[in-house]
Ligand binder design. Structure first.
Ligand code: 6GU
Length: 227
């Protein structure tokens, strides 16, 4: 999979994506991630301008379409493929595990990070396939949302996690929260690990874990059970 990220703040993205599991996935060539500075594609050679005041008046600045368009064309030329384009915006559909599972099947994604009061509507109409939000609150820009989206997709790509079981049992994969986990010591501050986990009886352990998943979901996220 290839992911191109168009942003005014590529340094913000590069550090995150070169760290930990996503960084390792890139080194192992399981995923190819490129960050592009939209400012480098400004048609204005002197000030590298990328935004301007909104027509009709109002506060803030709007990102101009041309630098984004040129960045998009350059990505197509570099990669030789037409990416599926996602605009990160609080107006998009809220990201879910189901959406990440769907997006991991795409060979090439182009993530557009907005800033200021947004981007010129014409670039959205021209290139964007889908708008994605990461929740009902407002961020200063799309970068953090693009990092969240990238992390949630890349960890689902083949070979990134050592064992696909890593995510088959985890919270949200089956609509339930994950069961509680314990490790050594067997007793900590007078609190013992649940006995069933020490029993070696895997049928009983699995039954206990399923029950705990359900109980936890009822307690912490009853809204998930209603779905
Ligand atoms: Cl994708 N962008 C911004 N600016 N704010 C958000 C968001 C995205 N998702 C939730 N809030």
């Amino acid at each position: 999979m290839r992911i191109d990220i168009a942003t005014l703040f590529p340094e913000m993205c590069e550090t995150v994506l070169n760290t930990s599991i996503i960084g390792r996935a890139q080194k192992n060539h399981l995923v190819e991630i490129h960050c592009h500075n939209i400012r480098d594609y400004s048609p204005d050679p002197k000030h590298h301008r990328v935004d301007d005041t909104p027509y009709g008046g109002g506060k803030g600045m709007v990102m101009q379409p041309e630098p984004i368009w040129r960045c998009y064309l350059d990505v197509i030329a570099q990669s030789g493929s037409l990416p599926y384009v996602i605009y990160l915006s609080p107006q998009g559909k809220t990201l879910t595990q189901k959406k990440s599972l769907e997006l991991r099947e795409r060979p090439h994604l182009f993530l557009l990070c907005g800033h200021y009061e947004g981007v010129d509507e014409r670039i959205l109409e021209r290139i964007v396939d889908e708008e994605v939000s990461i929740g009902d609150y407002v961020l200063t820009g799309g970068e953090l949302a693009a990092m969240v989206l990238t992390d949630s997709i890349v960890r689902l790509c083949d070979g990134v996690l050592a064992d696909p079981e890593c995510f088959e049992n985890e919270s949200h994969m089956n609509g339930l929260l994950e069961y509680p986990q314990y490790t050594r010591p067997e007793v900590w501050q007078d609190v013992p690990v649940p006995e069933v986990l020490l029993s070696g009886n895997h049928a009983n352990i699995n039954a206990w874990r399923d029950e705990q998943s359900l109980l936890r979901t009822q307690k912490k996220r009853p809204d998930l059970l209603e779905k």
